[in-house]
Design a protein. Structure first.
Length: 648
């Protein structure tokens, strides 16, 4: 075979432009594969697609054959010649010529993409303008740096392009915590969107504390609370929930789940209530009360009803409509009554069912009588009328109140007596009937109304039937306290009344305003003070039952003998102790009344209030506060004695 390479080369260099088929004809006489490649390239640069295709078919160059098909299709579709030539030059490695060809027809983006694909970013900058184009180039450069495992350079390039989100994500993925923290410090509060991206990245990178600081700068306390909960920082979470209402659900709902998992269902119920999950809270409460009553833990049942009553009181305080406030106060009154019933019934039930009781007969009689006065038509679940009547009859017999004992035994005979109590009831009936000739002390067990100084009927334990005064009971022994309720006269506010009571009392011999013509009269008859509203009113009936005090009467009151119960949204209630030598007090948390001595004994022996179970206050450092103490706004969560037995 005769090689015609030289002849073909001359045809390419000299005559190809004039006669495009001559070079191909010469090549067909016999040339090397390399010569066919040269012929194909030359033909392609002149967009002679058919000659180029035939040449590359001879050299079996599949890549250029595909390129020819693609370029011919675009050229025939109307693509500009310079653009197609630019593609050819780019494939041949003549990148500068290709870029110039693109620019000649205003297709700078093609040149830009060419240099970006080649990672020649400095060259690419010549084909972009300021602003968005430059930022896009920086992002593409960052993507390349990320692809070649240069995360720090990539992050810096993202930041230079203004893409904080991708930069933060890359820093988090590669564990660049130092860069994230530094970025969070540099960004100002005005860049809220960027700060959020950085905060999310900090969480992924394991820096929740720094992320919380960023969210706090943004004022997003909900996110701060979520991070505190996730980190187990309950102290901070509860503080946020108290200070920012929008955080309550984010804090108390996971806390409720945690308490439920730890079998602390009382705390879980309170947390569900605080989180606004009323339905779940009520379901938990119903289960807890049902279990407590079924297991005859009536003190626990009373405690649970007290917790629910306090929740309804909080709801009433936050109510926005009168209807909602009325409904919440009604539910509060209902649950508070049940709490007092179950609390008192606990000692009555133990007295009847246990071999002996440590309680005094007077306390047991008062408790049973107190329950009967609080009952509606039907007793609550678990409260047995038989137990109440039997306890009353036993204690009345022990106190020689035979008439009351016989009345209760007559009521027992109208009930179905349990088999195990039949013998003891029959024996009690015989003893009571056998003592009919003795001295009866029914008057001594009758409650005394300290307003009108009359003995009320033995079973009238809530309100005096003569003066309508509401009797105040100690919830430790359920006896009537020597307290008389009073209120300031019309036109005197509660705050002014407190101020008058706190003032030093007027001396006994003083000038007082006389109502006769405004003259000042020296009062001499100190022994008979007709202006004292707390004097015995044996012959007076009163539908209200509350003593009304003028400013002068309030000034005469000793602060030590006054008990004030202020529990919003309920109206304030004020009592005067008619026997100051027997001081009374009110629990600062449940506001129930007690003799001071009884209350202190309960605090010492049990360590908490006998009704609300709030622990005795002991000063302790802030860092020793327990998690449960933060469930309420300012008080530790009361712990039920039953918790120690795991019976919740």
């Amino acid at each position: 075979m005769i090689k015609y390479s030289t002849t073909m080369e001359k045809s390419i260099n000299i005559t190809y432009v004039l006669n495009s088929s001559e070079a191909y004809s010469v090549a067909c006489l016999g040339v090397t594969s390399l010569d066919w490649e040269r012929l194909g390239m030359a033909a392609l640069e002149e967009l002679a697609f058919e000659i180029a295709r035939k040449a590359f078919q001879r050299s079996e160059n599949i890549m250029f054959l595909n390129l020819i098909d693609h370029l011919q299709e675009r050229f025939e579709a109307g693509e500009k010649r310079a653009v197609v030539l630019g593609e050819v030059m780019a494939y041949r490695g003549r990148y500068a010529d290709a870029a110039r060809s693109y620019r000649s027809v205003g297709r700078d983006e093609k040149a830009l993409n060419l240099y970006v694909d080649l990672r020649m970013f400095n060259k690419a900058q010549e084909y972009v303008g300021e602003g968005e184009g430059l930022a896009a180039l920086a992002r593409r450069r960052a993507e390349w740096a990320r692809h070649v495992n240069e995360p720090r350079a990539a992050a810096e390039m993202y930041l230079a392009a203004g893409d904080v989100k991708r930069a933060a994500e890359l820093m988090a993925e590669t564990g660049r915590r130092d860069m994230l923290i530094e970025l969070a410090r540099k960004l100002d509060k005005g860049s809220s969107g960027s700060l959020r991206f950085v905060a999310e990245a900090l969480v992924k990178a394991g820096e929740p504390a720094t992320a919380a600081d960023v969210y706090q700068r943004l004022g997003d306390y909900t996110k701060v609370a979520q991070l505190a909960v996730a980190a187990g920082e309950w102290s901070r979470a509860f503080t946020l929930a108290r200070e920012h209402a929008e955080c309550k659900r984010e804090v108390y709902l996971p806390y409720a789940h945690r308490m439920a998992q730890e079998n602390k269902f009382v705390e879980a119920q309170k947390a569900y209530h605080m989180a606004g999950e009323t339905t779940t809270a009520m379901r938990v409460f119903t289960i807890l009360v049902g279990n407590a009553v079924a297991e005859e833990r009536f003190s626990d049942a009373g405690y649970l009803h007290h917790l629910l009553a306090m929740q309804f009181l909080e709801t009433a305080a936050a109510a926005t409509t009168d209807k909602e406030r009325y409904r919440s106060l009604r539910d509060y009154a209902h649950n508070d009554r049940l709490a007092r019933i179950y609390h008192a019934y606990d000692v009555v039930h133990r007295c009847v069912h246990e071999p002996f009781s440590l309680s005094q007969p007077e306390a047991l009689l008062n408790a049973a009588r107190y329950i009967l006065a609080l009952l509606d038509v039907e007793p609550p679940t678990g409260v047995s009328m038989f137990c109440l009547y039997l306890c009353l009859s036993k204690q009345a017999k022990a106190l020689n109140a035979n008439t009351l004992a016989r009345q209760m035994l007559d009521k027992i005979l109208g009930l179905q007596i349990p088999h195990k109590f039949q013998e003891s009831v029959e024996l009690l009936i015989l003893k009571t009937r056998a003592s009919t000739g003795g001295v009866s002390r029914d008057d001594e067990v009758a409650p005394l109304c300290w307003r009108c100084r009359r003995h009320t009927p033995p079973l009238c334990a809530t309100r005096c039937p003569f003066c309508r005064h509401a009797l105040a009971h100690s919830l430790a022994t359920h006896e009537v306290l020597p307290l008389v309720q009073f209120e300031p006269a019309e036109g005197i506010s509660f705050e002014e009344a407190l101020d008058l009571i706190e003032r030093a009392p007027l001396p006994e011999s003083t000038l007082a305003d006389n109502t006769d013509y405004g003259a000042e009269v020296l009062r001499i008859d100190h022994d008979v003070d007709s202006t004292d509203p707390f004097l015995d009113k044996v012959d007076e009936d009163d539908d209200v039952g509350v003593v009304v005090c003028s400013r002068g009467a309030l000034l005469q009151l000793s602060p030590a003998s006054v008990i004030v119960i202020n529990r919003p949204p309920l109206r304030p209630v004020m009592y005067r102790n008619m026997l100051p030598e027997l001081p009374a007090t009110a629990c600062q948390h449940c506001h129930k009344l007690f003799y001071l001595e009884d209350f202190e004994i309960q605090l010492v022996t049990k360590g908490h209030c006998p009704f609300c179970r709030y622990p005795a206050e002991e000063p302790k450092p802030d860092d020793e506060e327990t998690e449960d103490s933060l469930l309420n706004d300012s008080s530790p969560t009361p712990t039920s004695p039953s918790n120690d037995r795991g019976s919740w």
